[in-house]
Design a binder for this molecule. Structure first.
Ligand code: NAD
Length: 441
């Protein structure tokens, strides 16, 4: 079993660290965020990720998983060091590598024997070489010659189902330059290797590209169905039926063909923009990427237009129940969520927003700071709906799928529903006396 360090204890680092320890390895998770580490040391999980807590607790109990802010200790005690820090977008849309390179330099300052340094963050093609150079520079300054390998091992987990995704991946991608590093990685993922999970063994650059290509393609697929949904609305076709029939074609697959208010989250928005920048930077602009980014922004605002069209241009004084603000269900993550565009646009028009989200308050309370006066946070969907002029479903939490429409009269709420995730059937809702608006249905 390997001694592993994971630098960065966010959605990816914490899940990876916890599950690698569950595979039987000794894992030390490092973060510069002292509050986060203090909470983890107390057994508190700083993110909402179903199924993660018992795994962290169990492995912490058996001391296979520990948390620290002490990078030196983590580096010295580990042979394999994962970098799982953030790669947020810079102003021009390219990936900001400052955290990755800071982690790489930190490793170089403390290493004193052979290390396999694994990049798990999503990074532009060529970053593996930059990491290598950053480490070499520090070693030169330290006047030491210590062998190391850099590996690219992009992560494909989805928030909300991260535990299942990490333990049952469609594939594990390993970009390595030496047989030794490749074998170390196979040991790290021995559990998956034995389970016959497909392994893609390749060079670092190809591994880095696989991650961007996958995310960009999925974002493009969502954008395709969203734009097609807008066309369906105009020509009287039903996007759900169209998507279902399209998905029955094995070449297309039914996944990521759900029309909605635009993609969000910590990955698709930044990774599409980063790939567009990478493509431009090497003189091969990808017009599909640029179009995807633009169309996705437009889609969010189209949802505001949809609401205006029904309620009238003058929304001032209207009260709207907002069901869901996180970028998808089963997470507390609101990075680039469509709600961050749609809610401020509504608030600017004078709308009062009554929000219900099972996990949204923690981030939403500060992310919506500028429109706080327009917002009332509610304990559940019915409290949000009370006295409202319309209901908007923005995130398809299971709670909302069982919304009891028969309570609208008692709650003094108008029967106007904007089902922006198409979770209800038009006929079912209209039969209850509602005006129904979905996306492309
Ligand atoms: P995150 O923001 O949740 O976590 C990053 C963590 O790194 C933070 O806790 C931060 O304090 C820490 N950090 C930053 N610099 C550090 C340093 N020098 N030393 C130690 N810790 C440091 O980010 P995330 O969502 O986990 O994403 C991490 C990477 O994984 C990104 O590149 C992202 O694109 C990629 N990724 C994310 C997902 C996802 O669903 N979130 C899925 C696949 C890949």
């Amino acid at each position: 079993m390997a001694n592993i360090a994971v630098i960065g204890t966010g959605y990816v680092g914490l899940v990876s660290g916890a599950l690698l320890s569950d595979f039987g390895h000794s894992v030390i998770c490092v973060d510069i965020d002292t509050k986060k580490i203090e909470r983890l040391e107390k057994g508190e999980i700083p993110i909402f990720e179903p199924g993660l807590e018992p795994i962290v607790k169990n492995n912490t109990y058996y001391k296979r998983l520990i948390f620290t802010t002490d990078l030196a200790k983590a580096v010295k005690t580990s042979e394999v060091i994962f970098i799982a820090v953030g790669t947020p977008p810079a102003d021009d849309g390219s990936a900001d590598l400052q955290y990755v390179l800071a982690a790489a330099k930190g490793i170089a300052e403390h290493m004193d024997d052979y290390k396999v340094i694994v990049d798990k963050s999503t990074v532009p093609i060529g970053t593996g070489q930059k990491v290598k150079n950053a480490i070499k520079e520090v070693l030169v300054t330290r006047k030491v010659d210590i062998p190391f390998d850099v590996v690219s091992n992009p992560e494909f987990l989805r928030e909300g189902s991260a535990v299942q995704d990490f333990t049952h991946p469609d594939r594990v991608v390993i970009g390595a330059e030496s047989e030794k590093a490749l074998n170390v990685m196979k040991d790290v993922y021995q559990v998956l290797f034995i389970n016959e999970t497909p392994f893609v063994e390749t060079d670092i650059e190809t591994a880095e590209m696989i991650k961007y290509a996958s995310n960009a393609f999925l974002a493009m697929k969502i954008t395709f169905i969203n734009e097609l949904a807008n066309v369906c609305e105009e020509v009287g076709a039903n996007i759900q039926k169209v998507a279902k029939a399209m998905g029955q074609d094995g070449r297309i697959s039914p996944k990521f063909l759900h029309a909605g208010p635009g993609y969000g989250g910590s990955c698709f928005p930044k990774d599409t923009k980063a790939l567009a920048e990478i493509a431009r930077g090497c003189g091969q602009p990808m017009s599909l990427m640029d179009a995807t980014v633009t169309a996705n922004e437009r889609q969010k605002l189209k949802m505001v237009e949809k609401i205006e069209k029904e309620l009238g241009k003058d929304l001032k004084g209207a009260t709207i129940a907002i069901l869901g603000v996180t970028f998808k269900p089963n997470t507390d993550d609101m990075r680039e969520a469509p709600s961050l565009v749609i809610l401020p646009a509504l608030a600017k028009k004078g709308v009062k927003l009554r929000i219900s989200d099972p996990q949204g308050y923690k981030e939403g309370s500060w992310r919506f700071g500028e429109i706080a006066e327009s917002i009332t946070w509610c304990n559940d969907a019915y409290e949000a709906v009370e006295g409202s002029d319309a209901t908007v479903i923005l995130t398809e939490w299971n709670h909302f799928r069982t919304l009891d429409f028969s309570r609208y009269e008692e709650l003094g709420a108008k029967k106007i529903l904007f089902d922006l995730r198409n979770i209800f059937k038009r006929q079912q809702v209209e039969e209850m006396g509602f005006v129904y608006h979905g996306v492309g249905v």
